[in-house]
Design a binder for this molecule. Structure first.
Ligand code: DGY
Length: 326
């Protein structure tokens, strides 16, 4: 019996590509360049499923492409804002993602960015690396302690709560969070720390946090949630951390509030115009920039591959995959 054709849009860890090849008739992307809109449309016509990821913008046009064969999109990643889910539903194409397996690593990067910004670690590393360092002195490059500070978490899903647990237990931070709804928590191990408080409002959280960390999905409601007005509510030396999606922050407004010293700094792993990093952002010593590394560990990328593969197998067999989002 012929096996389902699966287009894999980017290179995956070798073991995952091999396991995929054992199960499906796979079309791998050996040179790893992102597929163009035309190549994605071709894939929708020639394959039963796509194993796609954040660099693929899959629009309504792709779902209505004449002669479409694809009926499943198994996304490698938890965020699915690059896929038009309404169009997928209307076309009857199933979409899955890879939650849970990347929670801890992404939370670690958020904590890493907090330490890097508050303690000026990137700046210090540049100082040592460029030979500018002249020796220890009591007043050299003083940052701010993370211990005991107030952390405001925006979006209290799995990753937000994992950040809250780390911040409370490792740094004694006082955690407050804001989300439009109470989270549904199925298991104690993934709950937030017992003393975390729900902020009275988003604005109240911004006004009273030393660190604001974003963990909400990219939706029309969260587009530019952090804009000139909302960032100007933050404390003057507060730092803004983003490991969620770039367009939750209006980056031009971020440049403005940093330049005017309305906030103290920012630690970013994701960008509004990804992979472009605004040149102005690169100039600030108070900003730490990472290239979307949240889930980038060997362990997690393998786990994400296996999770996407499991979803694919079930969806293509006509069974219910665990991580269906559309
Ligand atoms: C995720 O899982 O959403 C990562 O940001 C990669 O897409």
């Amino acid at each position: 019996m012929s096996r389902p054709v699966v287009v894999v849009t980017r290179r995956l860890p070798e073991a995952i590509e091999q396991e995929l090849a054992e199960r499906f008739d796979v079309r791998l992307n050996r040179n790893d360049t992102p597929l163009s809109p035309v190549a994605l449309a071709e894939a929708m016509k020639s394959a039963d499923a796509l194993l796609c990821t954040v660099t693929d913008r899959i629009t309504a046009q792709h779902f209505s492409v004449p002669g479409r064969r694809a009926r499943v999109l198994a996304n490698f990643g938890v965020g699915v804002n690059h896929i038009d889910l309404d169009a997928a539903r209307a076309a009857g194409v199933m979409v899955t993602n890879t939650p849970d397996v990347l929670t801890d690593d992404t939370a670690d990067v958020a904590i890493g960015l907090m330490l890097m910004t508050m303690r000026r670690l990137s700046e210090g590393e540049r100082h040592a690396r460029t030979g500018a360092w002249s020796g220890w002195r009591p007043t050299h490059m003083l940052g701010r302690s993370l211990t005991g500070k107030r952390l405001g978490i925006v979006g209290y899903g799995r990753i937000g709560r994992a950040v809250a647990r780390r911040a409370a237990s490792a740094f004694g931070m006082q955690v407050q969070w804001w989300a439009p709804r109470e989270p549904t928590i199925h298991d104690e191990a993934t709950a937030g720390p017992a003393n975390a408080q729900r902020a009275q409002s988003f604005e109240e959280l911004l006004r009273s946090s030393d660190v604001v960390s974003l963990h909400c999905p990219a939706t029309p409601e969260t587009y530019h949630l952090m804009n000139e007005h909302t960032m100007s509510l933050m404390l003057p030396d507060a730092v803004l951390i983003n490991t969620s999606r770039g367009n939750v922050i209006d980056e031009h407004a971020l440049v403005h509030v940093l330049r005017e010293r309305i906030i103290g700094g920012a630690g970013l792993d994701v960008y509004e115009f990804e992979p472009t990093v605004l040149p102005d952002l690169r100039d600030f010593e108070t900003v730490v920039l990472l290239p979307h590394l949240g889930s980038a560990t060997v362990e997690t990328r393998h786990a994400m591959g296996r999770r996407a593969m499991h979803n694919l197998e079930l969806a293509l067999a006509g069974e219910a995959p665990p991580d269906r989002v559309a």
